[in-house]
Design a protein around this ligand. Structure first.
Ligand SMILES: [Ca+2]
Length: 313
């Protein structure tokens, strides 16, 4: 099996950090061509910095990191410091990065990379609001058909919402961008809250990360400790959901996940339900399926994979 070429588009975020660590620890399956930062959980200056902190934590300073869009397509930015802390990576005490950003805009990197590789050989992995991806598609429509697949974290159907009663954060922050992506016609895999809320870091699972004893394992445990405080209060669950690592785990072990190929459209006008992912789970319309909407996973298998791979860093 040759490693799948991907671009990780991200707004780190503790769970983004774990998703990136998993990808960088898995070179047999995943070839990270570059990481593009977008404004989301925290403003762009911090997400662009945090992406480099994570690369250094993984010992992979060769991966280019680009800064992208600092605000949604048409709306003011909404951030989530209440979840992720002031820095976006609160929890572990990680040093400021020595790595520099690579010059040029993230959107141009996405365009140039898709044009430089054979069609159908580059997968996009958005872990934040879809602003960079939608901007690239609008600026260079020729790249859309060159995308192999889009595997993203965002949306919800049965779990409905986390930032509003009916919307998941990434989609709610930039619903117009999400609308562009979901109408792109490319194959899309959606790691919705329906599945990520089943990827819970229970105490034994977090103890296993910590027990690895390496920097990546300990930092992962500390990051999880941090946002668990928020999630426990909110959901009363046994541990914090690890949202974004579902994306990179899917690239390594797709058989851990299951869902339905359905139509998904994005609410962009209603103030009440802005950013809702309207998934036709029950097939009640004749709208054409455009996404694999993932709703379940083998959580034990997922955490076993994560622990095994973090041990390598
Ligand atoms: Ca994220």
């Amino acid at each position: 099996m040759t490693a799948r070429k991907i671009i990780i588009d991200t707004d780190p975020g503790q769970d983004d950090a774990v998703a990136i660590l998993l990808a960088l620890a898995s070179p047999e399956e995943i070839d990270v061509l570059g990481i593009t930062a977008v404004a989301g959980n925290v403003p762009l200056a911090l997400t662009a910095k945090n992406a480099r902190i994570v690369c250094e934590l993984a010992g992979h300073t060769e991966v280019p990191v680009y800064a992208g869009c600092d605000r949604p397509l048409t709306r003011p930015l909404i951030t989530a410091e209440h979840v992720h802390g002031k820095t976006g990576l609160d929890g572990p005490d990680l040093p400021d990065p020595q790595m520099q950003l690579t010059g040029g805009h993230a959107v141009d990197f996405i365009i140039d990379t898709l044009r430089a590789h054979d069609p159908g050989t580059v997968t996009l992995c958005p872990l934040g609001p879809l602003t960079n991806i939608a901007t690239a598609f609008q600026k260079a429509p020729d790249i859309v058909e060159r995308v192999q697949e889009i595997v993203l974290m965002g949306g919800a159907y049965f779990e409905v919402g986390n930032i509003t009663p009916t919307a998941e954060f990434n989609i709610h922050v930039d619903p117009e961008a999400a609308d562009v992506v979901f109408k792109s016609g490319r194959p899309i895999v959606v790691m919705s809250l329906d599945v990520t809320h089943k990827a819970l870091v229970t105490k034994p699972r977090n103890d296993a990360f910590r027990a690895l004893g390496n920097k990546a394992g300990i930092a992962t445990a500390q990051m999880t400790d941090f946002f668990e405080r928020f999630d426990k209060n909110k959901y009363g669950s046994e541990g914090a959901p690890l949202h974004d690592p579902c994306v990179t785990a899917y690239l390594i072990r797709p058989e851990l996940f299951s869902g339905r190929h359905v139509n998904v459209e994005i609410e962009t006008t209603s103030e009440l339900t802005l950013g809702m992912t309207v998934a036709d789970w029950w097939g009640v319309t004749d709208r054409k399926p455009n996404a694999l909407f993932v709703g379940d996973l083998d959580a034990d298998g997922f955490f076993a994979l994560l622990t095994e791979r973090l041990a390598r860093l």
